[in-house]
Write a protein that binds this ligand. Structure first.
Ligand code: UT7
Length: 311
C-alpha cells in the first residue's frame, strides 16, 4: 500500500505587512530585504486569529480537495512551534472542531521541517495498513514570538497554514522515497529564548545551502531517477538564495520551483504545504509529475521526499 497526498489546502491571514511598513519599524529597507531574502511582504494574523484557527481553515480546504469529510480521518498530525497553548495540542483542538470522531491527534515539533516529519510519519501508518486517511497540517503564528525590534529576524517571518491529506494511492504513485535527519549540536543557531525567536542567520544559512541540495538529490537518486527528471521542486520558503542553491544543484529551470517566499516570507512549518497547495491550484503540478519537497529548520532538522503526483 503506497501513501500519497490526496488533497491540499492552505490559509493565510488577510493583513499584509510590506517591507515598506517594516522600514518604519526598524532600521532596514526594502532593497536589503529583497536582495538578501527575496521577501516582499508577509501576512500577519490579528490577535483573535490563533494557530488553531488557521489550521482549521487549511484543513477544511484539504478535506474538500480530497473529497473526504472529517469522519473519514484516522489521525491528525499538526506540525507547529507556535501552538495556541503548550497543551492541549493544536491537533486535539482541530479534532474537536472538525468533528473527526475520536481519532488519534498530536502535535509534532521539528520547526521548519515539521511538515516533512508529519507526512513521513503519516506514510508509515498508512503503509503498515494501520490507518487510511491522515490529516497533516503545518501551521505557524510566528508573529507572536517575533521580536519586532530585532531587524535580524523580524523581516523574515510570517503567519499561515498549509494542510495535506495523506492516504493510500495506486502502485507507482505517492511518496516513493524520503530522508529525515537532525543535528542537535546546531540547536544553538535557531531557538526560542524566553518569549522570542533568536537566530544566528549566517550559521543557519551555511547549514541550509549544504543540506537542502544534498537531501533533494538523495531522494531522487534513491528511486533511480536523474536529478533533471524533477518536474516541480518545493523547497522550504525561507530565503530565495538558499532555494536557488537547491534548484541549481538539481539543474532544473526557474519555472519548476515554487516561489511563495516573496509574498508570505518564511512561515516555518507552513511554508511547504502552502506552496504545495498553491502549486496544485495553479496547475503547476500535474498527474504523474515527479515532485520533490525539501525542508530544513531549527533543531537543526531536515527532511525531503520524492513523490509521484496522483492517486
Ligand atoms: O527557517 C529557517 C530560518 N532561518 C533561515 O533560513 C535564515 C538563514 N539565513 C539567512 O537567510 C541570512 O543569513 C539572513 C537573511 C538572515 C541574513 O543575510 P546575510 O546575507 O547572511 O546577512 P548578514 O547576517 O551577513 O548581515 C549583513 C549585514 C550586517 O551588517 P554588517 O555587520 O555587515 O555591517 C547586518 O547587520 O546586514 C545587516 N542587516 C540588515 N540590514 C538591513 C541584518 N539585518 C538587516 C536588515 N536590514 N533587516
Amino acid at each position: 500500500m503506497n501513501a500519497g497526498i490526496i488533497g491540499t489546502g492552505h490559509y493565510v491571514p488577510e493583513k499584509v505587512l510590506t517591507n515598506f511598513d517594516l522600514e518604519k519599524m526598524v532600521e532596514t529597507n526594502d532593497e536589503w530585504i529583497r536582495t538578501r531574502t527575496g521577501i516582499e511582504e508577509r501576512r500577519i494574523a490579528e490577535d483573535h486569529i490563533d494557530t488553531s484557527h488557521m489550521a482549521y481553515e487549511a484543513a477544511l480546504s484539504a478535506l474538500k480537495e480530497a473529497n473526504l469529510s472529517a469522519e473519514d480521518l484516522d489521525m491528525i498530525l499538526v506540525a507547529t512551534v507556535t501552538p495556541d497553548t503548550p497543551f492541549p495540542s493544536v491537533a486535539c483542538m482541530l479534532q474537536d472542531r472538525l468533528g473527526a470522531k475520536k481519532v488519534a491527534a498530536m502535535d509534532l515539533s521539528a520547526a521548519c521541517s515539521g511538515f516533512m516529519y508529519g507526512i513521513i510519519t503519516a506514510k508509515q501508518f498508512i503503509e503498515t495498513g494501520a490507518y487510511k486517511n491522515i490529516l497533516v497540517v503545518g501551521v505557524e503564528k510566528l508573529s507572536k514570538i517575533t521580536d519586532w525590534t530585532d531587524r535580524n529576524t523580524c523581516v523574515l517571518f510570517g503567519d499561515g497554514a498549509g494542510a495535506a491529506v495523506v492516504g493510500p494511492v495506486s502502485d507507482g504513485k505517492g511518496i516513493l522515497s524520503f530522508e529525515l535527519g537532525a543535528d542537535g549540536s546546531g540547536g544553538k543557531y535557531l531557538y526560542q529564548d524566553k518569549d522570542y525567536l533568536s537566530m544566528n542567520g549566517r550559521e543557519v544559512f551555511k547549514f541550509a545551502v549544504r543540506q537542502m541540495p544534498e537531501s533533494s538529490v538523495n531522494v531522487v537518486e534513491k528511486i533511480g531517477y536523474n536529478k533533471e527528471d524533477v518536474d516541480y521542486l518545493i523547497p522550504h520558503q525561507a530565503n530565495i538564495r538558499i532555494m536557488e542553491a537547491a534548484r541549481e544543484r538539481l539543474g532544473i529551470p526557474e519555472e519548476k520551483m515554487a516561489m511563495s517566499v516573496k509574498k508570505y516570507g518564511n512561515t516555518s512549518a507552513a511554508s511547504i504545504p502552502i506552496a504545495l497547495s498553491e502549486g496544485v491550484k495553479e496547475g503547476k503540478i500535474q498527474e504523474d509529475d515527479l515532485v520533490v519537497l525539501v525542508g530544513f529548520g531549527g533543531g537543526l532538522t531536515w527532511g525531503a521526499v520524492a513523490l509521484k503526483w496522483g492517486k
